[in-house]
Design a protein around this ligand. Structure first.
Ligand code: SAM
Length: 291
């Protein structure tokens, strides 16, 4: 039996049968606009030779669209109440596997290796739970998954930060981190009224295409990310304030590092380029190691 998962009466009936009520804490806003999921699935670019990893299938509205286009779909869902719902809504689709797990506690590399042995290209596609957008994206990127792209829907403000140019007003720590691993782009907007329950703000679908190699070289990758996080940690203050507090280094040591790489001691993190952050991190690590 096939279900119209964009028809809220159908979805509510299916969910009620399992005693399901929407859990805001798990970012449960399901898509009920019939145009959105086909558009997201089409944008990811998967074909019937490929495998797709989905995060947070909910009642399966995007999963179905991916299953129609891909060879295999594996969907990771943390809410056990949705497993029997998905068993029903995805009954027709023999190429879908649902795993009950927290995405942030799952070895995604192992999942891809186990689930997609007979697939050509791999993709990640999801309507992400908004309360963990950045941690999930960083986890996906840091896992260096062998995927063609990561096509995900996130809240508008998060999309703008994730896809900002480093050195621009919208830039944050996650902007630099994304650019280290991927080329980001905003694909299209989705109105808040496309969801049930409707969130307060609109969303955007973004695509992150992993880079073959980072665009800048750094002496120590972990320390580079610590530097970026610290630099952006006190947004209304100078980068030096955040760096000193976040890296537990004296202001003098931070000022000296800034000067050594040709930056003013009053510089703000959002004006720093990726190359500037890399040079700063390389200089700070020398200072921290006392060399
Ligand atoms: N894909 C569905 C849709 O588009 O209608 C649901 C998307 S809803 C925004 C996010 C989904 O992620 C929910 O099903 C929620 O239970 C699930 N989720 C939340 N936290 C998760 C986690 N840590 N790991 C895996 N899934 C999670």
């Amino acid at each position: 039996m096939t279900y119209d998962l964009t028809d809220i009466t159908t979805v509510k009936k299916l969910l009620a049968r399992q005693g399901f009520t929407f859990n805001k804490a798990l970012g449960q806003n399901f898509i009920t606009d019939p145009d959105v999921c086909p558009h997201i699935a089409e944008s990811c670019g998967c074909t019937d030779r490929d495998g797709v990893l989905e995060i947070g299938p909910g009642a399966g509205v995007l999963t179905v669209e991916l299953a129609k286009r891909a060879k295999r779909v594996t969907a990771i869902e943390v809410d056990a109440r949705l497993i029997p719902v998905l068993a029903q809504t995805l009954e027709e689709y023999r190429n879908v596997q649902v795993l009950l797990s927290d995405v942030l506690k799952t070895d995604l590399g192992a999942v891809l290796r186990e689930q997609f042995t007979d697939c050509e290209k791999l993709y990640v596609c999801a309507n992400l739970p908004y309360y963990i957008t950045s941690p999930v994206i960083m986890y996906l990127l840091k896992s260096r998954l062998p995927v063609e792209n990561i096509t995900v829907m996130v809240q508008k403000e998060a999309a703008e930060r994730l896809c900002a140019e480093p050195g621009s007003r919208e830039a944050g720590a996650v902007t630099a981190a994304v650019r280290y691993y991927a080329a980001p782009e905003i694909l299209f907007k989705v109105k808040n009224t496309s969801f049930t329950p409707a969130p307060k703000v609109d969303s955007e679908v973004i695509r992150l295409t992993p880079l073959a190699a980072p665009p800048i070289a750094v002496a120590d990758e972990d320390f580079f990310f610590e530097t970026v996080k610290a630099a952006f940690s006190q947004r209304r203050k100078t980068a030096a304030n955040g760096l000193s507090a976040g890296l537990h280094m004296s202001k003098e040591a931070v000022f000296a590092a800034l000067e050594a790489v040709g930056l003013d001691k009053t510089v703000r993190a959002e004006t720093l380029t990726l190359a500037g952050l890399a040079a700063l991190s390389d200089r700070l690590i020398i200072r921290r190691n006392g060399k």
